[in-house]
Design a protein around this ligand. Structure first.
Ligand code: ARG
Length: 458
């Protein structure tokens, strides 16, 4: 027989390169802390239930605590021959305390162990992710507060549609991020379920106490089906899916920041700290960090598609395919947090050009809806009002006249019910202010959103 965890059954060891192919230690060492945490709870439960004696439990516990200390001070080194973090740590424990270490794996399998570690890994990181989203939300609300009355063109099809408040625009991203927070909070429920105690797939004949272990690990729930427990990766897929939606939001915001910092729009200017120059063109100021955020969206989507595809059609229960579940999730955590931080920094330091935004609403036809609405309030059916204004726009485009440039005499020739107050209505700022319907861009509505946001963030 050979010297591995399953040596008894085997006559020859695999070639080194095959071991390397099968190993996950290169990446799953990121869960070293969680693995020790899980083992500590497990061994305590084995003592509590009398499956191991107290002296055995004490030795194993002390050994695990030593391992944790070594891990914290960077003294642990792992090897590919030991395949993964679970077997590496068990081997290191054996080096420390001798053969009694072998009792730790009583009533446990790597299948419930790895699932538990992975749940703990995500459970530990979701609060930070939620916190980091909220920091971006806070930055958006601050900027919205300063810009309730900053008027800019609102777009549909990237064509001028109607003037809006820049604060309203910023609060739209706040609202998207609020749903992201809710999705990650929901994700916490499915991450907060303990697989440990399911053993390889069928449970165990040992008199374990899963409630006790769950309490020690602070798990809110326990998987009630052992097959499901060791083969469920829904919580990871939900995480990747939530992260993908979050990145989609960040990529849209990035795209707009990039466009609006361009010479053509010039609504915004990115702070130097978040821009780069060109090694050849001295005038350049490039919004690299926004572009990179937009670009990183691709890898997060890729991780979602990767894990969905890995899990597709897998028979119950554990299959080695599932070792592929971790890297995408780790990389996603490593990606979304800095993207959120960079976006927060960009939003906080962005300079706004209100004059440029306003100018873009003053020399266009984005007040056409105002005139149509005005005619409708005078009793003209909206469809007819729409046609009248459409004609005026057509003529204005030929003559170079905007709607506010048409004289009252000319207006009254078209429709005698038009009066002097029409010019007030055509003012973009007034157009924004008057949109007081619930959730509209009217100043009071934007202020109401901001007020609610403060309550939500506290
Ligand atoms: N390294 C494995 C993984 O990441 C641990 C579980 C292995 N279990 C097994 N029976 N091969 O999925």
């Amino acid at each position: 027989s050979i010297q591995t965890a399953w040596g008894g059954r085997f006559q020859s060891a695999g070639a080194k390169w095959v071991d390397e192919f099968g190993a996950s230690i290169d990446f799953d060492q990121l869960m070293a802390h969680e693995d020790i945490e899980g083992s500590l709870a497990h061994v305590q439960m084995l003592g509590h239930t009398g499956i191991l004696t107290n002296p055995e439990v004490q030795q194993i516990k002390t050994g695990l605590e030593d391992l944790q200390a070594d891990l914290d001070t960077g003294k642990l080194s792992f090897s590919v021959e030991r395949e993964d973090i679970h077997m590496n740590l068990e081997a290191l424990l054996t080096e420390k305390i001798g053969p009694v270490a072998g009792k730790l794996h009583t009533a446990r399998s790597r299948n419930d162990q790895v699932a538990t570690d992975f749940h703990l890994y995500l459970k530990h990181r979701l609060p930070l992710i939620i916190e980091t989203i909220k920091e971006l939300q806070t930055a958006l609300v601050q900027r919205a507060e300063e810009n309730v009355e900053t008027i800019m063109p609102g777009y549909t099809h990237l064509q001028h549609a109607q003037p809006i408040s820049y604060g309203h625009y910023l609060m739209a991203y706040y609202a998207m991020l609020k749903r992201d927070v809710e999705r990650f909070e929901f994700n916490q429920h499915h991450t907060d379920i303990m697989p440990l105690g399911s053993a390889a797939l069928a449970g165990t004949t040992f008199p374990i106490d899963r409630e006790y272990t769950a309490q020690l690990l602070d798990f809110n729930q326990i998987y009630t089906n052992s097959l499901d427990a060791v083969s469920d990766r829904d919580f990871a897929l939900e995480f990747l899916s939530n992260a993908s939606i979050l990145m989609m939001h960040l990529s849209r915001l990035s795209e707009e920041l990039i466009s609006w910092c361009s010479y053509e729009f010039n609504y915004l200017e990115m702070a130097d700290e978040f821009s780069t120059g060109s090694s050849i063109m001295p005038q350049k100021k490039n919004p690299d960090m926004a572009e990179l955020t937009r670009g990183k969206t691709g890898r997060v989507y890729g991780h979602l598609m990767g894990l969905l595809t890995t899990m597709k059609g897998l028979p119950l229960a554990y299959n080695k395919d599932m070792q592929e579940d971790k890297e995408g999730v780790f990389d996603t955590v490593k990606t979304i947090i800095p993207c959120l931080k960079v976006m927060t920094g960009m939003i906080k330091t962005l300079s706004v050009h209100p004059d440029k935004m306003a100018a873009a609403t003053q020399n266009d036809f984005s007040n056409a809806t105002e005139l149509a609405d005005y005619l409708a309030t005078k009793g003209i059916p909206f469809r007819q009002a729409h046609a009248i204004v459409g004609n005026l726009v057509y003529e204005g485009l030929q003559s170079g006249k905007n709607l506010q440039d048409i004289s009252l005499a000319d207006y009254q020739k078209i429709e005698p019910r038009i009066e002097e107050d029409v010019y007030q209505v055509l003012d973009p700022k007034v157009a924004v202010q008057r949109r007081t319907s619930l959730g509209g861009t009217g100043f009071d509505q934007v202020k109401a959103q901001i007020k609610q946001a403060h309550a939500e963030l506290d």
